[in-house]
Design a protein around this ligand. Structure first.
Ligand code: ATP
Ligand code: MG
Length: 488
């Protein structure tokens, strides 16, 4: 049942589930819209300036000890590679392996005459288990669910994003070779290669995390690695509203837009929350619809039952076997989906995507890298031009204007919070130009304590051009959600 606006007396954004039954498109009754608060509470994690560690004498000593332990670890690892039967590792149980590694380590430590306390010994054995069976120093970071991103700039610098804060971690690789070995382990597991002649690579880790690496000589100061951790629990519409990413009113509008099958583009910069928003929007799709998803790296986690998920594939080491998003999309059109979701439109798939939106797959969605709604249109035009299909600009524009209904702009603000800064409708063509009207926007009012951005979400005063459509489908949004109040 549609009840996005029912709020508890606590004034906290409601936790409202998407319609439970597929036949739930019922008219909304008794909607009461509360005026959005003047200042939206920022519960979203706030980006702190990057930590540049200054070293005290204690820290230097600590670092020296860490370096020494790292040295011991590398010696032990070498020893393990010589001693362990590597072929048997895959078959051994974790506890057998741990016991074996522990025994070899103890012997080794005794031989080189190093005394470690129990914690250090346990840590060392764990690190060696990680090294032998997993991705070495990255393992603890991958295990930590609070870490969202891991960014590596050469073997000595590993930044992590935790609770919205990007900080330099104390995890390191022993040397550049060690880092390259781990990169190689990741990419060879998915049948790819990275080296001087093939210096960058995209891959997916076993846990679903998105992985990109670029190695020297293209990466000047050592291999660069970016990992977007796979979140098992994706942020829901309610959580995003609670974080202050948008208001309940905007959520209700978006619910109507998705449920009534408008074609939507989520636009934003890198890491601005596009995929998260797309995933959250999909929760408004009824469970009886067949949805085809196409991604370069499968990140979306849709809750519906009737899903056809596809992931494109880069060319193999021999340069063969590539399956592009465009290939997947063409195939998807033969699979009778009700809606198509393309993780990110970035190239030649653009025309097929627009065509799909225009021809019976309304309610389709995608994301695009752009800074605002106008930019998003310009990006689409550029992508069409790059496909090599000789289409006059006016025809491209007409195609875009009739395919896309809504552009949702997301942004990562200077303070690290992520917000939906604009919701814009495409209303048609006027004199060769695509005409648009913004319905909601985020206005920055200033900066508060600790650089926190203070601003308001406000309706622009324009009534949705789809208001009648919403009403016909049973999503009768009150006119008041489009009007500015005195406080705004
Ligand atoms: N409103 C939000 N509040 C807090 N965290 C958020 C919000 N939106 C997204 N995130 C987090 O920010 C990170 C980046 O989000 P996401 O992957 O959706 O970005 P993206 O724009 O798709 O990035 P890319 O350009 O790399 O594909 C994720 O860890 C996600 O959980
Ligand atoms: Mg993304």
């Amino acid at each position: 049942m549609f009840k996005r606006y029912s709020k508890p007396a606590t004034k906290k954004p409601t936790v409202v589930k998407a319609p439970a039954s597929p036949t739930a498109k019922k008219p909304a009754v008794g909607i009461s819209v509360e005026k959005p608060k003047a200042v939206v509470p920022v519960q979203a994690p706030v980006q702190a300036p990057v930590a540049v560690p200054t070293k005290s004498a204690g820290e230097t000593k600590d670092q020296k000890r860490k370096d020494r332990l790292m040295d011991v670890r590398m010696q032990m690892h070498k020893r393990l590679l010589e001693t362990l039967n590597l072929a048997a590792i895959d078959k051994a149980t974790e506890s057998d392996l741990r016991r074996e590694i522990s025994a070899v380590t103890m012997d080794g430590l005794q031989e080189i005459g190093i005394v470690l306390n129990k914690t250090e010994r346990d840590d060392l054995v764990q690190e060696l288990v990680d090294e032998v069976t997993g991705l070495g120093p990255l393992e603890p970071l991958l295990r930590d669910d609070d870490i969202a991103d891991i960014l590596i700039n050469g073997h000595k610098q590993i930044f992590i994003e935790k609770s919205g804060k990007l900080t330099l971690s104390d995890v390191r690789f022993a040397d550049e070779k060690h880092l390259l070995r781990v990169i190689d382990k990741i990419v060879s597991a998915v049948g790819r290669r990275v080296d001087e002649s093939n210096p960058y690579v995209d891959a997916r880790l076993k846990d679903g995390s998105r992985f990109n690496a670029i190695v020297p000589p293209i990466a000047v100061d050592g291999a660069l690695v970016s990992i977007r951790k796979f979140k098992k629990e994706k942020l829901s519409i309610d959580q995003l509203a609670a974080f202050g990413a948008f208001t309940e009113e905007m959520a209700a509008y978006l619910q109507a837009a998705v449920a009534t099958r408008l074609n939507i583009i989520v636009s934003g910069g890198t890491g601005s929350g596009k995929t998260t928003t797309l995933n959250a929007l999909s929760s408004f799709i009824a469970n009886d619809e067949r949805i085809a998803t196409i991604e370069d790296t499968a990140e979306l986690q849709l809750q519906q039952t009737h899903l056809a998920r596809m992931e494109s594939r880069p060319a193999s080491v021999e340069g063969t076997g590539a399956v592009t998003q465009e290939d997947c999309l063409r195939n998807a059109l033969r699979m009778r989906p009700d809606r198509i979701i393309v993780g990110e439109t970035r190239g030649s798939e653009v025309l097929d995507m627009l065509q799909a939106m225009n021809t019976g797959h309304d309610g389709s969605m995608t994301t695009i890298h752009a800074n605002n709604a106008r930019d998003a249109i310009a990006r689409l035009e550029n992508m069409i031009a790059m496909t090599g299909v000789d289409l006059p600009i006016s025809a491209s524009r007409a195609q875009i204007a009739s395919a896309v209904n809504l552009i949702v702009q997301v942004k990562r603000l200077q303070d690290g919070s992520r917000r939906m800064t604009s919701i814009t409708e495409i209303v048609g063509m006027e004199g060769g130009i695509i005409s648009m009207q913004e319905i909601f926007k985020y206005e920055v009012r200033g900066t508060g304590e600790g650089g926190k951005i203070i601003g308001d979400f406000t309706p622009t005063g324009m009534r949705s051009s789809y208001a009648d459509r919403f009403k016909q489908w049973g999503y009768d949004l009150p006119a008041s959600i489009y009007t500015k109040t005195a406080a705004q």
